[in-house]
Design a protein around this ligand. Structure first.
Ligand code: DAH
Length: 339
């Protein structure tokens, strides 16, 4: 009988259950009137008097072990039931539910990683900026529409202080403190006075790039951007540069990538053109170099700036910008696998 009890003790130690039903089934098997332990109690009556003490103690041990095990299993399955846990402050916090990284952080990190491999360092600047760094040092004329109240959030009673409208301000912050070679990317949040809709928001994210050195050419810029596009969107991605205008670059261009939804044939995303725009770029205007303390007769540079939301939209086919800032878990949890 001792052997039988020992075997049962081992068996009980290794019991497990997934829900209350399974716990109840175990209780019935071991502890109910018709259960295994009660059967042993019946057998116990016919044990010789000389063995009664030893076997009686073992039997008690078995009964207590079974009771404790069933109690702890019950506690455990209750704690995994979310509704019960919400109210039970004594419940164990385990397993801890892991969050996932925000899609914009994922995309920003991917952009940073690609340029870091090309030797670009990181640079940072303030979100609340002055007019000089955002506009004047970037060669914006006094009457440029971007300075207008409709686009820019100014700090009340301080017409010179504003929320930066682009990360190009970090270009100026970097150049005023360093001399070439300069090779930086500047990720950050920017603000514009826009009505919030699926396609526009009052804040979004950009990554700025700046390279200043002695012999920097437009070809260098094009090659770096091609490499970026292929790393980000796949080896078959093509790029095209269209002439454009920015006050701080001359010449300036906008870059499109071949539409990866239709493979360049034309669809609703690329509006039938086979191309989608992803960034602005150009050769740093000599006036910008000079305004920021770099001798434009000695040095040249290229710069580019892209919207992180734009890249994320294309990469993950997200149509509504507002999803990025609503913190809806149903949206955010879709990116768990990408973490
Ligand atoms: N600052 C521009 C914007 O917010 C983007 C940009 C365009 C940045 C061209 C650049 C550039 O550095 O060269 O729209």
């Amino acid at each position: 009988m001792i052997e039988k009890i020992e075997t049962l003790l081992d068996e009980i130690k290794s019991l497990s259950a997934n829900d209350e039903k399974e716990v109840e089934a175990l209780r019935i098997k071991y502890l109910s009137k018709k259960g295994v332990i009660n059967d042993l109690m019946t057998d116990f009556r016919s044990v010789p008097a000389s063995d009664k003490r030893e076997i009686g103690m073992k039997l008690n041990e078995l009964k207590n072990a079974a009771q404790e095990k069933i109690n702890s299993l019950r506690e455990n399955v209750r704690c995994h039931d979310e509704n019960a846990c919400a109210l039970d402050l004594t419940c164990t916090p385990y397993p801890v539910k892991l969050g996932s990284r925000h899609p914009l952080s994922l995309v920003k990190q991917e952009i940073i990683d690609i340029f870091a491999r090309l030797g670009f360092a990181m640079a940072d600047g303030p979100e609340v900026e002055d007019d000089w760094h955002v506009f004047s040092s970037m060669n914006f004329p006094e009457d440029h529409p971007a300075r207008d109240m409709q686009d820019t959030f100014f700090v009340e009673q301080h017409p010179d202080i504003l929320l930066r409208t682009h990360t190009s301000s970090v270009q100026s912050r970097v150049m005023e403190h360093s001399q070439p070679p300069i090779r930086v990317i500047c990720p950050g949040r920017v603000f514009r006075n826009e009505v919030i809709s699926a396609r526009a928001h009052c804040f979004f994210h950009q990554v700025e790039g700046l390279y200043v050195d002695r012999d920097v050419s437009f070809t260098d810029l094009k090659q770096v951007l091609l490499l970026f596009a292929q790393e980000m969107f796949g080896k078959d991605t093509k790029i095209r540069l269209r002439p454009s205008y920015f006050p701080f670059t001359e010449p300036s261009a906008e870059m499109d990538i071949s539409c990866d939804i239709c493979g360049g044939k034309g669809c609703s995303l690329c509006k039938g053109t086979g191309w989608v725009e992803i960034l602005g770029c150009g050769m740093v205007d000599p006036a910008v170099l000079d305004a920021n303390g770099i001798d434009s007769t000695q040095f040249k540079g290229y710069a580019f700036g892209m919207g992180v939301e734009r890249i994320a939209n294309l990469k993950y086919k997200i149509k509504d910008l507002r999803l990025f800032s609503e913190n809806d878990l149903r949206f955010l949890e879709e990116f768990t696998a990408a973490n």
